[in-house]
Design a protein around this ligand. Structure first.
Ligand SMILES: [Zn+2]
Ligand SMILES: [Zn+2]
Length: 291
């Protein structure tokens, strides 16, 4: 197995210095679970380059409460230097630790081409693509009361299809290699019931992954959330595989103890689907390893 989605800092924490020893501990924990390779994939918005490059992008959208919430979020998160992050990770790689160096990138409307150009200047092995917000609405930020209130006041099907549209836009932007937690919109178990809408949602995401040659992760992170199941759902996973979309496995851990979280369930699931190879990445090029 591989764990291709790991963070260094928990969200409430400020980004603090980390060293090659931190990454050695990540590798040790992974190895103890039989995980052969890990990807360090910190959020792009953890780095001050996100606001240096994009400016106060949240000012483009007009809901005052969400606007302020997003401003506070970036103020808290966007503090570390992406070059310091890369230097430590590359040092660890050069020392022989079984890591690849990655980033988890959000979808920023109208800015992806610009961000691609910027990020291509850095030696990343893999970039995960994620949708965590729709305009300024951080729909998965369960601790943000302002964001959670939006769930009560909006039409569920519209929300799901809007998320789906953002995933298609992200896929077509050529900015990432793997779709992270592909149906994250189900995070707090606000599920839609209309099977035709669910089928449309799943089909569009799977087909766009295929069209733009992206892999998709099977993530255990959903077991730590109200939805209490892996991302993607069984139906979406099935469609990814029908569309020849390669798979990675991921815990989305934000601390060492969550590395490889619930990987027995994930392993059983992918074996049931006859997945025998997992996608890995080096210098943004895809390879495969045995499960
Ligand atoms: Zn994420
Ligand atoms: Zn993540």
């Amino acid at each position: 197995m591989i764990d291709y989605h790991l963070h260094l800092w928990e969200h409430p924490d400020k980004a603090v210095e980390f060293t090659i020893d931190t990454l050695a501990q990540y590798c040790q924990k992974a190895e103890s679970l039989g995980i052969k390779q890990i990807a360090i994939t910190e959020h792009f918005h953890r780095f001050k380059q996100s606001t240096d490059w994009l400016g106060n992008f949240w000012t483009k959208f007009d809901d005052a409460d969400l606007y302020q919430s997003m401003e506070g979020y970036f103020d808290h998160h966007a503090t570390y230097d992406i070059e310091d992050y890369l230097n430590v990770a590359i040092e660890a790689k050069n020392a022989g630790l079984p890591i690849v160096v990655g980033l988890e990138m959000d979808y920023f409307k109208d800015s992806m081409h610009f961000l691609n150009e910027k990020l291509r200047q850095y030696p990343f092995d893999v970039i995960l693509g994620s949708v965590h917000w729709l305009k300024n609405w951080r729909f998965d930020d369960l601790y943000d009361k302002v964001s959670m209130k939006v769930w009560d006041s909006s039409d569920l099907e519209n929300i799901w299809l809007n998320y789906c549209y953002h995933m298609e836009e992200l896929s077509s932007s050529a900015s990432c290699d793997v779709l992270a937690h592909p149906d994250l919109i189900k995070v707090n178990a606000n599920l839609i019931k209309d099977s035709a809408v669910i089928t449309e949602f799943n089909t569009r995401i799977a087909e766009s992954a295929n069209k733009y040659d992206l892999a998709a992760e099977v993530s255990s992170a959903g077991f730590r959330k109200p939805v209490n199941e892996q991302y993607p759902s069984i139906d979406l996973l099935s469609l990814f595989l029908k569309n020849d979309v390669p798979i990675t496995t991921a815990s989305d851990a934000h601390k060492i103890s969550d590395i490889g979280f619930r990987f027995e369930s994930i392993k059983t699931l992918i074996r049931d689907f006859n997945v025998h190879k997992l996608a890995t990445f080096k210098n943004r090029k895809r390879q495969f390893v045995d499960v």
